[in-house]
Design a protein around this ligand. Sequence first.
Ligand code: NAD
Length: 378
Amino acid sequence: MQKFTRRSFAKTLSKGMGGTALASHLPLACAMDTKEPKRKLGIALVGLGSYSTYQLAPALKDTEYCYLAGIVTGTPAKEKAWAAEYGIPTNNIYNYSNFDTIKDNKDIDIVYIVLPNAMHTEFSVRAARAGKHVICEKPMAMNVTECDEIIKACNDNGVKLGIGYRLHSEPYTQEVKRFVKEKTFGKIHYVSADAAYRSTSNPNQWRLDKKLSGGGALVNMGVYTIQSAIYATGENPISVQAQEFSTRPEYFKETDETITAQFEFSSGAMANMMTSHNTNANRLYASCSNGWFELDPANSYIPLAGRTSQGELNFEQESQQKLQMDDFAKHILLGTPNLAPGEMGKRDMMIVEAIYKSIAQGGRKMTLQFEKGYGFSK
Ligand code: NAD
């Protein structure tokens, strides 16, 4: 049985990806030997809710290419505590009204939008117009039209755009992408992707309010299954058909509870996905012509775990958010690939829209058309 270790991962990665992802594990001084970034990039987090508080900000204490330089919050009470915890100067603290003056702040290079989904477009566009690089959380926006607005604003203002798809910086997921690229287990025949959790808390939360979320399980956890289906086949789908299930309509008044969908790919592969706010599930499985691979859990922060027909996967667990933000900073500083570009968020939203359309038409098969490689890491 083959044991995949961090070392073999590093070796294969440096071969398979030109060594770029490997560089994320090197100290800044080492990277400076070759490409010399002048300084760490300053990130401002917009929206200091759960994800910023418990994942992103703590990760920014350990990042090597960026740091927490500023905050943007609508809650004045949070300012003092965050300033004390992260040593943020008063000049780098903004609210939603004075946010645009961030354009004059040389400490801030990247603005990271961590707000309810309905606010992603407004704040991404304002950040781009302020001349700041943008990371926008998933789902990228409420619809494809909004995704186009964000992409255009970033292009017009010459700033980089990344989506908060942290798994592209994570070693188990990178290994899956390598299996596909190198055909380690042969041709991919079938992928099963599940991402779900059971929601029972606060019925007034924004995720259950369609005006703020844009949808339910599909836009929240379902984007992970769309992502899985695509990176576990290495292709964009050519069709999708979908079904919706509702068992607690009194709780899920406006948003979808459980959705399943089936994708076809031009290689002949097919994928089945399930996403839900009513049950727990967190898995990616691929059956191939010469074996299989599986991640379970596949989408959580850490620890992920995986196994294949050749043995267990075993990678060092590091903060995915740390790796993700460093990868984006390196993309800006060193020209390494953008692992989750804006087009990836837009492609996924096109698939989300097709899934909702299929459900509205009784599960009819919807054709999808993408240019080859559209929305992949670049
Ligand atoms: P949250 O509810 O914990 O925080 C939302 C923040 O937005 C709060 O600070 C809140 O004060 C602020 N806010 C401003 N206007 C608001 C309004 N009208 N209603 C509600 N809140 C408002 O949410 P979260 O879990 O931090 O999620 C924020 C974003 O991050 C979402 O887009 C979510 O999908 C994304 N997210 C991504 C991941 C990931 O793994 N990539 C994980 C969690 C959340």
